[in-house]
Ligand binder design. Structure first.
Ligand SMILES: NC(=O)C1=CN([C@@H]2O[C@H](COP(=O)(O)OP(=O)(O)OC[C@H]3O[C@@H](n4cnc5c(N)ncnc54)[C@H](O)[C@@H]3O)[C@@H](O)[C@H]2O)C=CC1
Ligand SMILES: O=P(O)(O)OC[C@H]1O[C@](O)(CO)[C@@H](O)[C@@H]1O
Length: 385
């Protein structure tokens, strides 16, 4: 079996590539990082090491890689032959890789007409659907009909913390032991791809919201408040009782929302929250606040981990989501010079004023009480230490 995976980065090698290998696939990674591509082709294997006391090491074999900048035709041919296509490139890159995917799928329709699932493993709601929309953009009506017949873009939720890697061995990836990969099987046409470790469900929404609004919300709050307090890493941030309490209060807000919306049991959800906070505290992982807080414009988007639960909290639970608003305010103050999205946010605030910038970034509407709450928290936060 052949898997084509876009993005040979941390999650690509450390999570998706690992499970594909353990499920018996040969994985062809597609990436634009020439050094990583060459190393994968030279070594044909890499190591994944668990970040716990065991430091257990697993070897991932049966791998190759294509540099999509140099060999776009090879990518197309790999898609024609693939039994599954997955991605972990970052949400902003999905429209870029859609171009090679559409070319590969067109050739596949012409040559073998076999069913194929294309699964985006990114931190967002409806990632595969977003990729599908980009793929379908340039198709004729007839082509859309053919693609609908053979190709599925099931949405997925992926959860495993893989920090930036600092190993001498450039292919080795250190990962936390925990993982969860949930795929919406109701969106799959034909056979469900046999990937060990994937949970197939008929309705992904509760799973993706539970994960995004707990793991990713909690992590983002720790990152933005940590950065604001002058800290470099997540463990440093959570060593502050004040920030840890802010994370807990925020997850209590998202927890109230999730419990009410999906009828989760409160005690079970509280255990889930505790498990997540313990994952953030993993002493075998050093995770930079600038990695976890990266791309703040995306993270402040209407459907992402901060604004979406804050909006829904007011509608579903009622009352003020004070701690979510504090996290949003901290994200608006995140001014890392090396992060283009952080720079853009600061420019928007500078040029248009805070209120207009919030409307533009979050798509919240004029008159929203949440905007007033965010501004209140923004002022309370003061200057960065
Ligand atoms: N690192 C983590 O703990 C987790 C990350 N994710 C998600 O996985 C995705 C990837 O994240 P990471 O692996 O951390 O990032 P990363 O930066 O380590 O990996 C991204 C890879 O995509 C490659 N890439 C960029 N443009 C490309 C293109 N046009 N074609 C092919 N490859 C391209 C990069 O060269 C890089 O190797 C993101 O959406 C992230 O939200 C999800 C869960 C956990
Ligand atoms: O990958 P993103 O969406 O930029 O955000 C970083 C988040 O992703 C993770 O890497 C894994 O879910 C978390 O560590 C963090 O919450």
């Amino acid at each position: 079996m052949l898997a084509v995976h876009f993005g040979a980065g941390n999650i690509g090698r450390g999570f998706i590539g690992l499970l594909l290998n353990q499920s018996g696939y040969h994985t062809t990674f597609v990436d634009v990082n020439g050094e990583i591509v060459d190393l994968i082709n030279e070594k044909q294997e890499y190591r994944v090491v668990l970040a716990d006391q065991t430091k257990e090491e697993v070897s991932v074999t049966n791998v190759s890689a294509i540099n999509s900048m140099n060999d776009p035709e090879k990518v197309i041919d790999a898609i024609v032959k693939a039994d599954i296509v997955t991605t972990a490139v970052g949400p902003n890159i999905l429209p870029i890789i859609a171009k090679s995917i559409v070319a590969g799928l067109r050739k596949r329709v012409a040559e073998n007409k076999k069913d194929l699932s294309i699964i985006a493993c990114e931190n967002l709601i409806g990632g595969s659907t977003l990729l599908k929309n980009s793929v379908y953009e340039g198709l004729s009506g007839e082509e859309k009909g053919e693609f609908d017949q053979y190709f599925s873009f099931p949405d997925a939720a992926v959860d495993r913390i893989v920090p930036n890697q600092t190993n001498d061995d450039k292919l080795m990836v250190t990962v936390e032991p925990y993982y969860e990969w949930v795929v919406d099987q109701s969106m799959i046409k034909g056979e469900v791809p046999p990937v060990k470790g994937v949970t197939f469900v008929d309705d992904l929404t509760p799973f993706i919201e539970r994960k995004l609004f707990t793991v990713n919300t909690g992590h983002a709050i720790a990152a933005y408040l940590g950065y604001h307090a002058g800290m470099k890493t997540i463990d440093e941030a959570l060593a502050s009782n004040e920030i840890k309490a802010d994370v807990e209060h925020t997850l209590n807000e998202t927890g109230q929302l999730l419990v009410k919306k999906y009828d989760f049991k409160m005690d079970e959800h509280k255990s889930y929250i505790n498990k997540i906070i313990n994952r953030f505290l993993n002493p075998y992982i050093t995770d930079e606040v600038t990695r976890v807080g990266r791309a703040p414009l995306r993270k402040l988007g209407a459907n992402d981990r901060l604004v979406s639960p804050a909006k829904q909290f007011s509608e579903v639970v009622g009352g003020k989501p004070t701690y979510l608003a504090k996290g949003i305010a901290a994200a608006l103050k995140y001014d890392v010079k090396e992060d283009p999205e952080a720079v853009e946010i600061q420019e928007l605030i500078h040029e248009n004023g805070l209120k207009q910038a919030i409307y533009e970034i979050t798509a919240l509407q004029e008159g929203s009480k949440l905007v007033d709450l965010i501004i209140e928290q923004y002022e309370l936060l003061g200057n960065r230490k």
